[in-house]
Write a protein that binds this ligand. Structure first.
Ligand SMILES: Cc1cc2nc3c(=O)[nH]c(=O)nc-3n(C[C@H](O)[C@H](O)[C@H](O)COP(=O)(O)OP(=O)(O)OC[C@H]3O[C@@H](n4cnc5c(N)ncnc54)[C@H](O)[C@@H]3O)c2cc1C
Length: 309
């Protein structure tokens, strides 16, 4: 089936079944925190998880001939300036955020980390404050196993329900998810997170709130939070911090087009306002090349690159 026909068929299905919103003219610029990137052939925003499962089944049974990616808050993504000939799914129109069964908490994938922090701290749980400044959704945060200071989200996950690339719904216990530095089996297998069960220890709400504010302040002093970015560009190599390598290579403050290496935190490559994805990508590649040639250090991307060759 031709791509245009496939997209038409999918969109008609969404419309007839009232599965959610869809659009043909959104771009990654509108869906990512760094605000760059090309147009998206089909953006689908289901109203419920059931709606998404129904859509995915239809997509799958009709040949799944176009790439499909899920986007959370787009806070770790650099998408190229080229048009993306694929489908992007965003869960941000899901209405139900979480449900609680006694002391068990199940969050839907669109919930942002500051929201979860506020809910859980309000209910007297602690350690979630470490993630309250991570500007991602729980779906993306679990897939990336995001961390802050000494805490990784994987340590607080009990179970995750996913839909796999081959259209099977599976429930995984935390020990099956292979959490390690900025990755998980979810990311490696391109599973799609539908529901996350989290657990946190009980604590003193007032103390936790104080700690939360302290951590936010600490983050504000260390990271360029007022600038457009996709978070840290590189993972930290084993022996050294990525920002130190970038600094020693003389890149802090360096500009290409509208992209700039932040002076506040040199592992952040920011959009100063009118950057193209290609500007950010050029800096990324240039740092990587110099780190290899001048220091024999492999800097691995932390950013998820979409639609680059
Ligand atoms: C200012 C700033 C500060 C940051 N600070 C931190 C930090 O302290 N620690 C840290 O680890 N990261 C940090 N990040 C990076 C980023 O916020 C985290 O990686 C975040 O958890 C990503 O979540 P997201 O919803 O934005 O995911 P996205 O950026 O939308 O996606 C990231 C990846 O997750 C996948 N994904 C998204 N949703 C799902 C889903 N439902 N199921 C399966 N896969 C999914 C995407 O396909 C993609 O591969 C920061 C970013 C910014 C801009």
């Amino acid at each position: 089936m031709k791509m245009a026909d496939f997209v038409f068929k999918l969109s008609q299905y969404i419309k007839e079944k009232k599965l959610g919103f869809f659009s043909f003219d959104k771009s990654f610029k509108e869906l990512t925190t760094v605000k760059v990137g090309g147009k998206i052939r089909l953006l689908f925003m289901p109203f419920t998880i059931e709606n998404f499962i129904e859509f995915y089944d239809f997509y799958w049974k009709n040949g799944h001939s176009m790439p499909l990616v899920v986007i959370g808050n787009g806070s770790n993504i650099l998408a190229s300036d080229n048009d993306f000939e694929g489908i992007v799914v965003s869960f941000k129109e899901l209405q139900v955020k979480y449900y609680r069964l006694g002391e068990e908490f199940y969050f839907f994938p669109q919930c942002k980390m500051p929201y979860i922090a506020n809910v859980m701290i309000g209910l007297g749980y602690r350690e979630i404050e470490y993630f309250g400044g991570v500007p991602g959704t729980i779906g993306g945060t679990v897939a990336m196993n995001a961390s802050y200071l000494s805490k990784s989200i994987g340590d607080f996950v009990s179970e995750v329900v996913v839909i796999t690339k081959d259209n099977t719904i599976k429930k995984y216990e935390a020990n099956q998810l292979k959490f390690s530095y900025r990755t998980s089996s979810i990311k490696e297998n391109s599973d799609i997170v539908l529901l996350v069960k989290l657990h946190f220890p009980k604590g003193d709400s007032e103390l936790t709130k104080k700690n939360y504010l302290k951590l936010l302040e600490f983050r504000k002093n260390k990271q360029p939070l007022n600038a457009l970015s996709a978070g840290c560009a590189f993972k930290n190599p084993k022996e050294v911090r990525a920002w130190e390598v970038i600094k020693e290579l003389g890149y802090c403050g360096k500009k290409i087009g509208g992209a700039k290496v932040s002076e506040k935190h040199c592992n952040f490559i920011i959009n100063t306002g009118d950057a193209k994805a290609s500007d950010l990508y050029e800096i990324l590649k240039s740092i990587q090349r110099d780190a290899k040639i001048k220091k024999n250090i492999e800097l691995e991307n932390e950013w998820i690159l979409i639609n680059f060759d």
